[in-house]
Design a protein around this ligand. Structure first.
Ligand code: ATP
Length: 235
């Protein structure tokens, strides 16, 4: 297993966000975490990337415990987080934003190669490399956020609601990008409120409900199950 979460709980003060969640991400897989507002999806991702402490449980990445490590140490181990709402730096150029993704890397030549491959994958970012990030459209900013995460040379990409606020045609573009990135060997954890999209992309799905695991299974089984569709997915 690339990443294993065992009995993980996350709280914000007295507010319990995730309770006793166990979840596995296989090497090369796309795993999705779906559920409604406040189900604990973002908190689960934040636990994986060291942005919130665990109140219980453990997380291992490539056989090594990572819970308790700081976020920068977790990035260095190969986990990159594309946060909800993109969180790009608005007053920096596209290229500067991308370079921040590589801030921990010492392999300067490889960073330049990776920058070129991000530009090849996202030609729009290349055209706009000297433009302020805040002048980009929502879809372009999402691509920038993904590109920035790729600049850390990750093995696992955590994506929090990449489809949020984007037009259907752009969502489709992002979906293709996720598939391509995965086909090239990168594993993905995808958090989505758009369950239909998530289940199309993922191999395996976890459904959260008010901080608890409601069910899990192969994405195509969940997608095809009428009861599941009506009860949990609203599709
Ligand atoms: P959404 O899709 O709305 O982002 P989510 O499934 O990602 O929802 P979380 O954001 O993980 O859910 O929230 C889980 C619970 O934790 C909710 O009850 C939420 O109100 C609470 N919560 C999240 N962040 C904080 C915070 N910084 N401080 C206090 N409570 C929080």
């Amino acid at each position: 297993m690339l990443l294993e979460m065992k009995d993980v709980s996350v709280s914000y003060g007295k507010v319990s966000a995730v309770r006793n969640l166990s979840l596995n991400v296989p090497e090369g897989g796309i795993v999705t975490i779906i559920g409604g507002n406040g189900a604990g999806k973002t908190s689960t991702l934040r636990a994986m990337s060291g942005m919130v402490p665990l109140v219980g449980g453990e997380i291992s990445f490539r056989g090594e415990r990572i819970d308790g490590l700081t976020s920068d140490k977790i990035v260095a181990k190969g986990i990159a987080h594309v946060p909800e709402g993109r969180r790009i730096f608005p007053d920096m150029t596209v290229e500067e934003n991308l370079r921040t993704g590589a801030f921990l890397r010492r392999d300067k030549a490889a960073v330049e190669t990776d920058l070129e491959s991000v530009f090849t994958r996202f030609p729009r970012l290349k055209e706009r490399r000297r433009q302020m990030a805040k002048t980009m459209s929502g879809g372009e900013q999402q691509m920038l956020a993904i590109g920035r995460a790729l600049m850390s040379a990750p093995k696992l990409l955590l994506m929090d609601e990449p489809s949020m606020g984007l037009a259907p045609v752009i969502v489709e573009e992002i979906a293709v990008i996720i598939e391509e990135i995965n086909a090239q060997g990168l594993s993905v954890v995808l958090v989505e409120q758009n369950a239909e999209l998530a289940l199309e992309l993922a191999d395996h799905a976890y459904v959260l409900e008010a901080g608890n695991l409601a069910l899990e299974g192969p994405a195509d089984e969940l997608h095809g199950n009428e009861h599941v569709r009506a009860a949990y997915l609203g599709i």
